[in-house]
Design a protein. Sequence first.
Length: 172
Amino acid sequence: MNSTKNIQAYVCLGSNADNAAYKISQARSCLDLLPDIRLAAASPVYLTEPQGFTEQPWFLNQVVALAPGADWNARRLLDTLSSMELALGRTRNPETDVLRYGPRSIDADLLLYGMEHSDDANCRLPHPRMLQRAFVLIPLLDLAPEICIEGQPARCWLEQLAYQLEGNKIFQ
């Protein structure tokens, strides 16, 4: 349909499963099939060093830009991303998921929904940890080099991080 609101939403996809590239491809396909939402662009895929719990495989990460139609809002998109994660094999169990940054078959984080700000515990926007993550900011800047977050260019946030970029590998 149409995107009368001209909202741009950004989602970070990630996986460190054995078939991580396939999982990210599946997630992109799922997003592309959503009604009244357009997959507008996708960054390159980056190989990312694990953070927090480092004794696990490296991650593949990619940011996608979505153009949602008038019937969409941030909460609906976040709920849709959670359902997509479950459909693609992600399991969530607060009693057994002791590793916040542990291995995962697929992760789909809503980073930004237009200029929307929300402190709702279930839908915080911008994503509360995105400014600390080179694996989010680098692919986001591939798609939107001039984007500002919290009143500052994303490039400035990235410059404050200790990271290394070697080809498609992000060390942080």
